[in-house]
Design a protein around this ligand. Structure first.
Ligand SMILES: N[C@@H](CCC(=O)N[C@@H](CS)C(=O)NCC(=O)O)C(=O)O
Length: 368
């Protein structure tokens, strides 16, 4: 059986777990507290992150997107919509889920400690190996995470803005899920798996934000539940289908969701591209060098307020996938796709590029 090294409170784990559940792949989930993580997994994993998969053949695959790629290559891309627009937007939701909602995820976990702290402590403790220093390490990790939120611009002066934007997102997503159980219709897509990452572990599960979601956006909460069940789990929809929406339809409710998300995702991506390109010019990493996980902070403006957040090349490893779909199209299809991105306020993303491409080797993102 596959072993998934993960744990319930980990943002990125939610993406791989939900995929395995929906794809009907049996797996056993183990926390990094198990000795086997150190012995069997870490030597091949490249980095000590979760989720990391150990296959029955002993192959180690680190990174949620790569775990999904591994199974998608085997099952004929079962979770990739065939329509080009749905496919490209699904990949866009994957980037946004991985990189675009870190601010609310961190804010609602770490700035409401009265409600969340003992719940978080349980999970951080059980990610530690069974040693005498377990509690001490837990305290250290939690202390570090509390301050790390600032890296993404979660500072007291911006809490109100982060909350306003998140509540608006809940409302727009709720309107979307009023019509449909998944992003593109009646079955989950790669985009749903990306989006579940922040909306499960942090925002749909930690005590304070889970209550908020239940109270403000029951449809979103139901989607979070649904994404962790093997069946379609859509009893409240009449005339349910079983596929993505026909004719590559993009429902207006999804355009609304993406327009809202574009407000910070686009200027933030532009700022990070500028910063990383400057870094690349200054540092000229050799081809094959592992890409940095975090670089310096970059600044952008959101609703008239400056936000500083850390640049992560990973955003562009995923964004490249969206751009590759667009680049591969014939002119007619290309302009139709550009038009949808324009409607969503996301058109700039098709052209925001790093001066170097990212590749993948030995479980690490590398500079090509
Ligand atoms: N790109 C990776 C990121 C994984 C990641 O950063 N996971 C966090 C937990 S949610 C982690 O393991 N952090 C520990 C560390 O960075 O050492 C993925 O999508 O799987």
């Amino acid at each position: 059986m596959h072993k998934l090294y993960a744990i319930s409170h980990s943002l990125y784990s939610g993406r791989a777990r939900s995929y395995l559940i929906k794809a009907g792949i049996p797996f056993q989930e183990l926390s990094t507290g198990h000795e086997s993580f150190k012995n069997e997994v870490l030597p091949k994993a490249g980095l000590p992150t979760i989720p990391t998969l150990l296959t029955p053949q002993g192959e180690v695959i680190r990174d949620g997107a790569k775990i999904i790629d591994h199974f998608e290559a085997q099952n004929g891309h079962a979770f990739q919509p065939t329509g080009i627009k749905q496919h490209a937007l699904s990949l866009l939701f994957d980037v946004i889920g991985a990189e675009g909602l870190v601010r609310p995820a961190m804010h609602y976990r770490w700035n409401f400690l009265e409600q969340n702290e003992s719940f978080s402590h349980y999970h951080f403790l059980h990610s530690q190996r069974l040693t005498d220093s377990r509690e001490q390490k837990t305290q250290y990790m939690m202390g570090r995470m509390k301050t790390v939120a600032g890296l993404w611009g979660v500072i007291p002066e911006r809490h109100e803005l982060i909350e306003t934007l998140y509540l608006e997102l809940l409302q727009k997503l709720n309107q979307h899920f009023e019509q449909l159980p998944y992003l593109f219709g009646w079955r989950p897509s790669i985009g749903d798996f990306g989006l579940i990452a922040p909306l499960y572990a942090h925002l749909g599960r930690d005590p304070m934000p889970a209550t908020l979601m239940k109270q403000q956006a029951v449809r979103v909460y139901r989607w979070v539940e649904r994404m962790n069940r093997p069946d379609q789990d859509a009893p409240e929809y009449f005339d349910a289908g079983d596929d993505y929406l026909a004719d590559d339809e993009i429902p207006p409710t999804m355009i609304d969701v993406l327009r809202l998300l574009s407000e910070d995702f686009v200027p933030e991506t532009e700022a990070h591209a500028r910063a990383i390109n400057q870094w690349l010019s200054a540092n000229q990493p050799q081809a094959g060098t592992p890409a940095e996980r975090f670089l310096d902070k970059a600044e952008f403006e959101l609703r008239g307020q400056a936000i500083e957040s850390v640049s992560q090349p990973y955003r562009f490893a995923l964004l490249q996938r969206v751009q590759a779909v667009h680049d591969s199209l014939e002119p007619d299809q290309k302009s139709a796709l550009t038009a949808v991105f324009e409607q969503c306020g996301m058109a700039a993303l098709l052209n925001i590029r790093l001066n170097r491409t990212l590749g993948w080797e030995n479980n690490l993102d590398i500079w090509l």
